[in-house]
Design a protein around this ligand. Structure first.
Ligand code: CP
Length: 534
């Protein structure tokens, strides 16, 4: 197998793992392949075939599937590769084996691409990382690649690929604009969540969210859409949507998953279903050229797209499902290094920028000042003072947070105390102060912890009554390598209750929230500490 393309050995854990121009390349190849399949053009098809019986493609589906599993299996068979399927019901998962150990084992048997469906969110990201280390320490010939075939409520990136390809087919392959209604269970549907980043292949995007409040799109996905420049509108039913004049020509339905929502919702089941189910009498209200799509399956008793629409021009969902195999054949060919050699990205991947978040204040030209702490706190002679904690927040919140800081820094057993003050230049705003007299040594690791738990604070190290060292701390770009960090999402592979031994890792995003590296759940800097979440 050739090994020169930028796609070789890549994983697809979330849709953004392939850039817009990489996805456009994939769609162009899918278009060529689909035409060749329809015309039995073996010469063209052979350019896509991996054609290597030793190239291992492994399906591991720990949740039910028909389309994703079978279209991947058929795609893998197209490639004349070695195709396997783990029988999860009789595997050692049932003896408590971890995901990492399971996939280490399968990687060792000359398998290169894994297609994984699981209820655990972020599982492919973790396996990509842990199996790369396994491959390196065991000198495996190829580093395994992972394709997320749906992880909990998180993402379904290959469904997103085939959805985008189908929209493009119906857009004359133009990426200029897309006006799409998302209808149904937008709360649970991972296929609609992937659209928050996926539809950025279109230059102008208008999204109409059609769902009752109980099934509404989670706010952080709506925010992501807005941040990505989409124009977003919301409606609580199909009737409300059709009652206004500006209706999309493309509708994307999803299956309601009311069974996940408890008794209270089930009492209103009929009403909720009606609000997101298309009805015969609505047909005159939709415009010519309208297409409906659905990732499928649709429920045989409660289909949101009724079966009488199958034989109408609204039917885009059958071709959408068929496209799944073409798109997946191309994706496997790209990851295997069979195609893509000629693709040259116009943008280089951004290099990581080193960012300093611990600033030591240069005190050399400053006269050593007596440390004065106001309002009843005795100045300390030796020790530390952490100042400006949560400036501007309410006293109760500041006190709570100071308890967390003390615990995170291991200061609970020392003398000293916590104080809420309105000191400094701004007498209207509260701030917290922690002081600990005596010898309190703080390492660089402590400073990193302090920056992560109390950004914006100032740390003063006091010696002989004077400020000997002063640090200003801001939020680190990444937080990891601390045992007391934890993602709050119970479905995340890194959540402590999953017992998968995955260390928590967070990246700071543009609005200073911390995003879990695996499941992408957003947290404030206060929420990522285990002691806070107990
Ligand atoms: N669209 C989709 O993921 O279908 P399956 O659950 O049948 O794979």
């Amino acid at each position: 197998m050739k090994n020169k393309s930028v796609f070789t050995g890549r994983s697809l854990c979330v849709i953004e793992d392939f850039s817009n121009e990489e996805r456009r390349y994939l769609f162009e190849q899918a278009r060529i392949l689909k035409a060749a399949m329809e015309h039995h053009d073996e010469e063209v098809l052979s350019r896509y075939r991996i054609d290597d019986r030793d190239f291992g493609i492994y399906e591991v589906f720990l949740e039910d599937s028909t389309r994703t599993k079978e279209s991947f299996r058929n795609a893998a068979n197209f490639h004349h590769a070695k195709v396997n399927d783990l029988s999860s019901e009789s595997s050692s998962f049932n003896k408590g084996e971890s995901y990492a150990d399971t996939f280490f084992t399968l990687s060792g048997y000359a398998n290169t691409i894994f297609i994984v469906r699981s209820k655990l969110e972020g599982v492919c990201r973790w396996l990509e990382e842990s199996c790369a280390a396994y491959a390196a320490r065991n000198q495996l010939w190829r580093k395994p690649a992972f394709i997320n075939a749906g992880d909990g409520r998180h993402e379904h990136p290959t469904q997103e690929l085939l959805d985008e390809f189908t929209f493009l087919e119906d857009n004359d392959y133009s990426c200029e604009e897309l006006h799409l209604a998302l209808v149904g269970d937008l709360f649970h549907g991972r296929t609609v969540h992937s659209k928050a980043d996926g539809l950025t292949i279109f230059d102008r995007v208008r999204i109409d969210l059609v769902a009752p409040p109980e099934l509404a799109m989670p706010e952080h996905y709506v925010q992501k859409m807005v941040d990505n420049g989409y124009v977003v509108r919301t409606f609580d039913s199909i009737d409300a949507y059709l009652a206004q004049g500006d209706v999309a020509k493309k509708w994307y339905f999803t299956r309601p998953q009311l069974e996940r929502m408890g008794e209270r919702i089930l009492k209103r089941e009929a009403e909720l279903r009606r609000s997101i189910t298309f009805r015969r009498e609505l047909l005159p209200l939709i415009g010519e050229g309208t297409k409906f799509y659905h990732p499928l399956p649709r429920h045989k008793q409660h289909p949101t797209i009724p079966t009488f629409l199958d034989a109408t021009s609204l039917n885009g969902w059958e071709r959408q499902s068929i496209n799944g195999m073409y798109v997946r054949i191309v994706l496997l060919a790209m990851i295997a290094g069979k195609i893509g050699e000629e693709f040259v990205p116009s943008e280089k991947p951004k290099a990581a920028v080193w960012e300093e978040y611990i600033h030591e204040v240069d005190l050399t030209d400053r006269p050593l000042k007596e440390k004065v702490v106001s309002e009843g706190v005795q100045p300390i002679h030796n020790g530390l003072v952490i100042d400006h904690i949560l400036r501007g927040e309410e006293p109760g919140a500041i006190r709570d947070h100071m308890r967390l800081i003390s615990s995170v820094l291991g200061l609970d057993e020392s003398k000293g105390g916590e104080w809420v003050s309105t000191g400094g230049k701004d007498r209207e705003r509260f701030k917290g102060i922690i002081f600990r007299p005596g010898e309190v040594g703080l390492s660089r690791k402590h400073l990193k912890r302090l920056a992560a738990v109390a950004p914006g604070c100032t740390l003063n190290l006091i010696k002989d009554g004077k400020v000997a060292n002063k640090f200003r701390l801001s939020l680190p770009p990444r937080i990891y390598n601390f045992e007391d960090l934890a993602c709050t999402n119970e479905a995340c592979i890194s959540h402590p209750d999953q017992d998968e031994g995955v260390p928590a890792l967070f990246f700071r995003c543009h609005d200073n929230h911390f995003v879990c590296a695996y499941c992408e759940t957003r947290h404030t800097f206060k929420q990522i500490w285990k002691s806070r979440n107990k």
